[in-house]
Design a binder for this molecule. Structure first.
Ligand code: SF4
Ligand code: SF4
Length: 300
């Protein structure tokens, strides 16, 4: 996504090896392939370059992470049958979602015989703390499983999954994950069905499926300095909690504005943020709705 010329490709590869103090990579992952970045990678010869490195043994296994439609994934894999794994965003909330299409992307990878590495199994932490009604239904089925454990079990139960990458922020989470991943038994069909019901319930409550990846503020520069993911998180909380009036979320929002960040109503719909959003969120269409809610006091 950051490439600007063909000449940079060997330099970047050399720097990566130097930073890691290695002569070769066991697994080399091309970051964030989508239709735009794929065309860029082809244009600047990055894919041909990496294929040569795979042949020479400097890369032992070549793959990429992916954020786009199943059709684009199918095209990339048809045109480049030498890729050996793919990293996909998979969790029970995105599995059947129209925006992310995890299930269909997983099926495409499987059709091409590629093992899958799962990213975002807990959806940036969202599924570690689902709404109360979802917590209760999960607790009733397995009182000893936490919501995060349910989410990771969902991803790890898929037959073609090689690795599940789970962000962990303390030793207790690491212990929990290691505990149930040792001697792992896949979810039953009933448990899987329950999670898909849970996804429906969560979707009812979440307005904007933002994972907080921050690409829209780091890989793109909003001309109005709008703190997109932070505002989305505040808006989602207001929606989940059905806030009607002034609330702590508004207070946080106003704190950001007082620090010099742009207002949602400042958005000029340039869409530069949308071009890098892996969740394909129509950010510029949400901004007026945020403004109505957070600036003009319209509640849920
Ligand atoms: S569309 Fe709006 S929020 Fe996105 S970069 Fe442009 S001004 Fe900023
Ligand atoms: S790029 Fe998209 S998903 Fe990531 S923080 Fe921005 S709006 Fe959220």
């Amino acid at each position: 996504m950051m490439l600007k010329s063909k000449e940079e490709v060997p330099d970047i590869f050399a720097k990566q090896k130097a930073k890691l103090h290695v002569d070769s990579f066991d697994y080399y992952l091309v970051h964030d392939m989508n239709h735009v970045n794929y065309e860029k990678a082809k244009k600047y010869g990055a894919i041909d370059f990496l294929r040569e490195k795979r042949k020479s043994g400097e890369i032992r296994c070549l793959g990429f992470s992916f954020h786009d439609t199943p059709e684009v994934l199918d095209r990339i894999l048809d045109e480049n049958p030498f890729f050996e794994f793919v990293q996909l965003q998979i969790n029970y909330l995105d599995w059947e979602s129209a925006g992310i299409q995890s299930h269909k992307c997983y099926d495409v990878a499987t059709k091409h015989g590629l093992p899958v590495i799962v990213m975002e199994p807990v959806k940036g932490g969202t599924l570690a703390n689902p709404p109360q009604n979802v917590k209760e239904m999960l607790h009733e089925a397995h009182p000893d499983w936490s919501p995060a454990e349910w989410a990771i079990r969902f991803a790890a139960s898929l037959e073609n999954v090689m690795v599940v990458l789970s962000g962990m922020s303390d030793l207790a989470q690491l212990d929990e994950n290691m505990g149930f991943m040792q001697d792992f038994t896949p979810l039953t069909e009933e448990d899987q069905a329950l999670l898909l019901q849970a996804a429906e319930k969560i979707r009812d409550g979440i307005a904007i499926p933002c994972t907080g990846c921050r690409y829209c503020v780091e890989a793109s520069k909003c001309p109005k300095n709008i703190l997109i993911p932070n505002y989305f998180a505040l808006f989602n909380t207001r929606k989940l909690m059905k806030r009607r009036d002034f609330s702590p979320e508004i207070e946080y929002y106003e704190n950001y504005l007082s620090q010099g960040y742009g207002k949602a109503s400042d958005c000029i719909a340039c869409k530069s943020c949308e071009r890098v959003c892996p969740q394909h969120i129509h950010i510029s269409e949400w901004m007026p709705k945020l403004a109505e809610n957070m600036e003009n006091g319209q509640g849920f």
